[in-house]
Structure formats: C-alpha cells, structure tokens
Design a protein around this ligand. Structure first.
Ligand code: SF4
Length: 226
C-alpha cells in the first residue's frame, strides 16, 4: 500500500490529505485543488477536522500523477508523525484573540513536521481561552490569555478520551515553544511504539514528568514544576 495514501472502505480506492500550514489557503491553492480534482475525476473533496483537504476515491494508478499535478510533496498518511497543527485565527483576525496563534502554530509546525514520533501527534493552538482549536483534547494544546500561553500535554478524543494536563501557564511565546519542544523530545525518548501521549502520561505519571522535564524549565513556577 502506498504510504502517502489510505485505502478506503471499498477496498479499491485511496484517499490522500493535502496540508496547508495553519489551514490557510490562497485562491491559487483552491484553483489548483479544483483543477486536479476535475482532471482526475476525484469524486470526494472534504475539509477535515485538522484543517486539511482530503481527496478520496482515487485509484492507486493515479496517485503519483495526482501528487505531481498538485505540485506538493506526498504527505505520509500512515507514518507516526505530526498529523496537523490546528490554529484558530487568533489576535490577527479574531475580535477575541489576545495572542498570535497563527505565528506560534507555524513555528511548531516548522520544528515538529518531518519528525517521526512513537505515535501520531495532533496539536491545537488557540488565541484566547475560548479554545476553539480544542487544545485540551490534543496531544499538545496551547491557548492564550492576556498573561501569555497555557500549554497542555497528553489529551485526546477518540474511544478513550482524555483531557490534557496543564504543564505550563502564563508563558511567553518563546517559553511555550521551548516547553512544547522539550515535551515532544521527552515523549520521543520514553514512549513505547504506538503509545499515544494520553496513554504515555497515564503510564509514566505526572509526578515523573514534572521531575524529569518540568523541574528543569527555568520559566516554570515552583507550583508548575513541583
Ligand atoms: S480561540 Fe479565541 S481567538 Fe481563537 S477563534 Fe476562538 S474566540 Fe477567536
């Protein structure tokens, strides 16, 4: 099976996902997707919850030509990697936004994309406490207040949902990014194969994560790292 496509329930056709940083697309992007869908008779185009375009109903023989016509590198659909960094429009556009969610989501995407993790990672970044990107239910969540960023880790939806642990609060953008990087590195080094962050946090326990990682972060208060 091609690693950049997922076999669909009909057992014959495949789906691919096309990712745009932060979910932002230009008119040219939309025209390109529409043209490729028309030229290759792709029957389904769907916006996913992770702000990606899913193109489905594709025959295996057409996959390479479709990626070539899209002009994008194939996304490894089955690899344990960052599936998406979902960002709300934040302080750049939203009347409620107090921090720049688009910028911080872009930075996370730049350092985390392309890295293999023990299991898939979903990230949500929101520019205020309304948390429109559902950070508590993401492997890594960030949401903002006027005092800075709150970072959560180990959340997920799915069959066994879990609310992520708050691991830092009132952080500058630089410190929040550093904390996300440290937690992902720690997860990479210590999680078992296919172990999602939620199950990893349950197995390892918050006290050990605090002593192994959080107590080493100079910007966390004693309350956070105790
Ligand atoms: S989380 Fe806040 S800033 Fe982001 S879209 Fe929702 S209301 Fe706006």
């Amino acid at each position: 099976m091609p690693s950049e496509a997922i076999l669909q329930r009909d057992g014959k056709t495949f789906a691919i996902t096309v990712r745009f940083s932060g979910g932002f697309v230009t008119p040219a992007d939309l025209e390109k997707i529409a043209a490729v869908a028309r030229n290759h008779a792709i029957p389904v185009i769907k916006m996913t919850s992770g702000q990606r375009f899913l193109l489905a109903g594709i025959l295996k023989k057409d996959l390479s030509a479709i990626w070539k016509d899209l002009g994008m590198d194939p996304v490894r659909a089955t690899a344990p990697c960052v599936k998406f960094v979902q960002a709300c429009i934040g302080s750049a556009w939203c009347r409620y936004g107090v921090q720049d969610s688009i910028r911080i989501a872009g930075e996370i995407e730049r350092f985390a994309s392309g890295t293999e993790f023990p299991a898939k990672i979903k990230i949500g970044v929101s520019g205020c406490g309304r948390n429109c990107s559902a950070g508590y239910f993401r492997d890594v969540g960030l949401f903002a207040s006027t005092r800075g960023w709150t970072v959560t880790f180990g959340g997920n939806g799915g069959r066994i949902p879990r609310i992520g642990e708050v691991i830092g609060q009132d952080l500058s953008a630089a410190d929040a990014l550093d904390l996300v990087r440290r937690m992902l590195e720690y997860y990479c080094c210590n999680a078992s194969e296919k172990e999602r962050t939620s199950r990893f946090v349950e197995r390892v326990g918050v006290p050990r994560i605090k002593s192994d990682v959080l107590s080493l972060c100079p910007y966390l208060t004693l309350e956070d790292a105790d």
